[in-house]
Design a protein. Structure first.
Length: 500
């Protein structure tokens, strides 16, 4: 690896420390208090409490025979007072010459308060824990009133995602995003566990992908000489478990879809799917709005959030509107009056849309009408329900209208957050739906839903009536943290290769 001038200077300092007999990367640390615990100990016990703290050097102010520094750990910052009389000439000299911002250090000493009122560790022993050879891109901090304003030196968005470790190290607010993400996932689990759901794990590598219309990633098992697919959904395996006798199951994990990247799409993403026997899609609407409002209150302390300038109220009840009504409201087009793809495409062109030639009737509704004209305007939580049968191969038909199925999608902040069905449990109907999907999609269309004979076999044993929901965790966290891109809430998002 080619080193910069600053990295070479730091490497020289590392070698000087080793020449003195210091180990710049010791095996063990001896920390007794985090920064926050040390501050609390002073408030509780006063001066003289002995502590060992550790963290990154965030500031250094050398003042002759005494110096001040701040170290930062995950709990916050604490000031160090380093004096030649306490440390000795050799250690104090090494600190001044060979310690840099970003180094991890360990400091033992007693707590005191300086004349300026800051709680401080008066250090009598100092150790290097990890020498940082590359300077972190910290910007300047300025106190404005009661707030600290940071001027970041790491401003290139692509570079922040590529070097998430540096992004996290210099941006406390980014670390908070992922704390909120973790708390959101924990709260969702807790909500479901408390209501009798069993968390399970289903295969990531699948011989037949299914549960959604999406292009899969393909891999190969060498010993079995078998092509396998990274799952695009948990659905078909979770519903097999209902056949097996479980009544409420869920899985929270990764799906993989070989699709484009956008502000709301990443090839690898996190989903929550849950299925409940004896629920239908109406019961699921009540359940989902209660779940998200409860989780928001637990994680954020409120059911009112701000997302991209919009104030959004997550408290139930939420708006409910049929898909047909929503599309008529947004476009003036009643798709039931345009029963063929050619006729519907003509109606779309009449209002200024330009659908791709050959697009199926279902995709014209899903992409052109719903995706382009309706979805961006659904800011407050909204359930759109009753979808055309053609674009919902796993949902039960409405008893009074076999051309539509009992399905809803949840939209918040102008994007889809969840999808749910009254699940199809008639094996003969399900087999026919798979066959229809095969005819509707071109042979080379990798988004076609393949026939899954084992799933049909499972249904033949009897599947209880049930409802199921898929909820996008990444998008929910975007809403909770007011982040405009899915890559802001995924620790290590997929990136294009660097240009050489």
């Amino acid at each position: 690896m080619e080193l910069s001038d600053l990295e070479r200077q730091r490497l020289e300092k590392l070698e000087r420390l080793r020449a003195k007999g210091w180990d710049p990367y010791p095996h063990r640390a001896e920390r007794t208090h985090t920064a926050a615990q040390a501050l609390a100990a002073y408030e509780a016990e006063g001066e003289g409490v002995e502590v060992v703290v550790a963290g990154r050097l965030r500031s250094i102010r050398v003042m002759g025979k005494a110096s001040f520094a701040h170290i930062e750990d995950e709990s916050g910052k604490i000031q160090l007072l380093l004096r030649v009389n306490d440390l000795g000439e050799e250690v104090y000299g090494a600190f001044k010459r060979d310690f840099d911002l970003g180094d991890f250090v360990e400091a033992k000493g007693t707590l005191m308060r300086t004349r300026t009122g800051e709680i401080t560790v008066r250090v009598d022993r100092l150790r290097m824990l990890a020498k940082a050879l590359t300077p972190l891109p910290w910007g300047k901090e300025q106190k404005v009133g009661d707030k600290v304003v940071r001027y970041s030196a790491l401003t290139d968005v692509e570079e922040r995602y590529r070097q998430r470790y540096a992004d996290l190290a210099v941006h406390p607010e980014v670390r908070e995003v992922f704390r909120i993400r973790a708390r959101t996932i924990a709260a969702l689990r807790r909500f479901l566990d408390e209501r009798g759901f069993l968390e399970v794990e289903t295969p990531v590598l699948q011989p037949i992908y299914g549960g959604a219309a999406a292009r899969p990633f393909i891999t190969h098992h060498n010993q079995l000489d078998q092509d396998l697919y990274l799952r695009i959904s948990f659905e078909l395996y979770l519903k097999r478990l209902l056949v097996g006798g479980y009544e409420r199951v869920y899985e929270l994990g990764k799906d993989f879809r070989n699709e484009g990247v956008s502000f709301k799409h990443n090839p690898e993403f996190t989903m929550l799917e849950f299925y409940a026997a004896y629920f239908d899609y109406r019961a699921l609407m009540d359940f989902v709005e209660e779940m998200i409002a409860t989780v928001a209150q637990e994680v954020l302390g409120t059911t009112t959030i701000t997302y991209q300038g919009h104030t959004i109220d997550l408290s139930p009840p939420w708006r409910r509107l049929s898909l047909r009504e929503a599309i008529i409201e947004a476009s003036g087009i009643d798709y039931t009056q345009h029963p063929t793809a050619e006729d519907l495409a003509k109606a779309l062109r009449a209002i200024g849309q330009e659908p791709e030639p050959g697009t199926s009737w279902g995709k014209l509704i899903d992409n052109e009408l719903l995706g382009d004209l309706v979805e961006p305007n659904l800011i407050q939580p909204t359930f759109l329900y009753d979808y055309p049968r053609e674009i919902s191969p796993l949902a039960k038909a409405k008893p009074d209208d076999p051309t539509h199925v009992e399905r809803f999608e949840l939209f918040i902040g102008g994007m889809e957050v969840g999808n749910a069905f009254t699940e199809l449990n008639d094996p003969l109907d399900q087999e026919q739906r798979f066959l229809e999907m095969g005819r509707l999609y071109a042979a080379e269309d990798e988004e076609a839903h393949p026939m899954d004979e084992d799933y049909i076999r499972a249904m033949m044993y009897g599947m209880p009536p049930n409802g199921g929901v898929g909820l996008g965790i990444d998008r929910l966290v975007m809403l909770f943290t007011d982040r405009p891109s899915i890559r802001e809430v995924i620790l290590f998002p997929h990136m294009r290769p660097r240009e050489r």
